[in-house]
Design a protein around this ligand. Structure first.
Ligand code: ADP
Ligand code: MG
Length: 409
């Protein structure tokens, strides 16, 4: 299948050499069983690549399971991936098959793979190397035949240095790397993609499509696009809905592009989707970020005390759950977001947006504000946790926990 037909089949817009190269690599590697690691900033369009690989492989009639590793509570992730035996933990009233068993003969897409806890990384490495795994609570080795494609928007090298990701697993996953460049590095595609989205939204909302003046096109192409194609899509939708005049000038367009001057607000810059926040909410967000930093510091101090060392140079990998009781968090079945997508029919492919790094613990004076921010974010996204978590810059797992903790309806 040539690159052009793949683009049509999978709805990929763009012609930049980078994108074409990525599609080419996916096509070449598809028929093999090699593990592929897709990297790129959030919103660059990583999620279509495992689908291409699955569909162009001999496994296409098998299951395709997409797991968002950042969205599954840490306490259940081993059981979700590898299954468990009856009675292996409190509440395990039945045995259960994991995705690695179910997807045998097919493909598993591990999205946000850098979010996997270290203990799960060990199990994953084993199944990648030998095809063998154990159910949680079982000592019986099982075999599976699964092709793994993983994705991350995190700099894994850095995660390795920080002790959060196993180096051996990284090399194993990265047999074939596919890098998706940010939108700002494929400027020639920006207007093209905009027009596609403008046409889609025109149809959806039954209105004429947006058109950009030449100056507006320049603004669009020169923008930094921290949220990449996802952000371009959101902004195109906003303008489509809000602007009565469909001829968009540079001035109008600029109103919708959040200022991405890095030097002004370094704390805020990390989070990419501030565009819909009011000034007051931005302040809360700064507080939120400060709280996060404080918690990080606390954890480092605690872990140093715990190790009986006052040395600040010891690189202790600390995780959120070192400070949480080791209980099993139930999977919220109403929350489609934490469930994987299991698909055999390519027409039903959907996307699961990204999650970002986690926020931890509470500091008393900030609790109310945190609660308010969460409530607002949820309101704004009509209860959609995935979107709210993204806006707040926390993982769905953390949001899920906060909602429980604060009893937010
Ligand atoms: N080349 C493209 N053409 C059209 N739409 C795209 C393209 N790349 C990404 N998208 C859309 O952008 C959004 C974000 O893509 P996604 O794959 O979820 O990004 P991520 O890299 O964060 O996983 C999705 O709605 C996706 O359909
Ligand atoms: Mg994604």
């Amino acid at each position: 299948m040539d690159i052009q037909s793949i683009k049509i089949r999978f709805g990929i817009i763009g012609n930049s050499p980078f994108l074409n190269r990525a599609i080419d690599v996916a096509t070449q590697v598809a028929p093999t069983d090699l593990t592929v690691l897709v990297t790129g900033e959030s919103g660059t369009g990583k999620e279509v690549f495992p689908k291409i690989i699955h569909q162009l492989s001999a496994r296409k009639h098998g299951h395709y399971i997409a797991v968002n590793c950042g969205a599954i509570p840490e306490g259940t992730i081993d059981s979700e991936l590898f299954g468990h035996e009856k009675g292996s933990f409190t509440g395990a009233s039945d045995s259960r098959k994991g995705y690695f068993e179910v997807a045998s003969g097919g493909t598993i897409f591990l999205d946000e793979v850098a979010e996997l806890p270290i203990s799960t990384q060990v199990r994953l490495l084993r199944v990648l190397e030998t095809g063998e795994f154990f159910k949680v609570g079982s000592s019986k080795v099982q075999k599976t035949d699964v092709r793994v494609v993983a994705a991350t928007n995190v700099n894994i090298q850095k995660a390795i240095e920080e002790g959060k990701f196993r180096e051996d697993l990284y090399y194993r996953l990265n047999s074939v790397p596919i890098y998706i460049p940010p939108l700002r590095d494929r400027k020639e595609d920006i207007h093209l993609i905009f027009r596609k989205f403008a046409a889609d939204f025109a149809e959806k909302y039954r209105m004429p499509p947006l058109r950009l003046s030449p100056e507006a096109v320049k603004v669009l192409e020169d923008y930094y696009w921290p949220g990449n194609i996802r952000q371009l899509k959101n902004i195109t939708e906003q303008i489509s809905i809000i602007e009565p005049n469909k001829e968009i000038t540079a001035e109008t367009l600029k109103k919708y592009l959040p200022n991405n001057n890095r030097t002004e607000l370094p704390v805020l810059y990390k989070k990419k989707e501030d565009e819909s926040l009011s000034e007051r909410e931005l302040l809360y967000k700064v507080l939120f970020d400060m709280q996060k930093d404080l918690t990080e510091l606390k954890k480092i101090v605690f872990s140093n005390i715990g190790q009986g060392t006052g040395s600040t140079s010891s690189q202790v990998p600390v995780r959120e759950d070192d400070f949480m009781p080791n209980t099993l968090v139930p999977v919220d079945n109403d929350n489609e977001e934490s469930n994987p997508i299991i698909i055999s029919n390519p027409n039903e492919f959907q996307h699961q947006p990204i999650t970002e790094s986690e926020i931890i613990e509470e500091s008393l004076s900030l609790q109310d504000k945190e609660k308010e921010m969460i409530r607002k974010a949820l309101d704004r996204h009509r209860g959609k946790r995935k979107a709210a978590a993204q806006e707040l810059g926390i993982s769905e797992r953390t949001l899920y926990r906060k909602i429980k903790e604060y009893n937010i309806k």
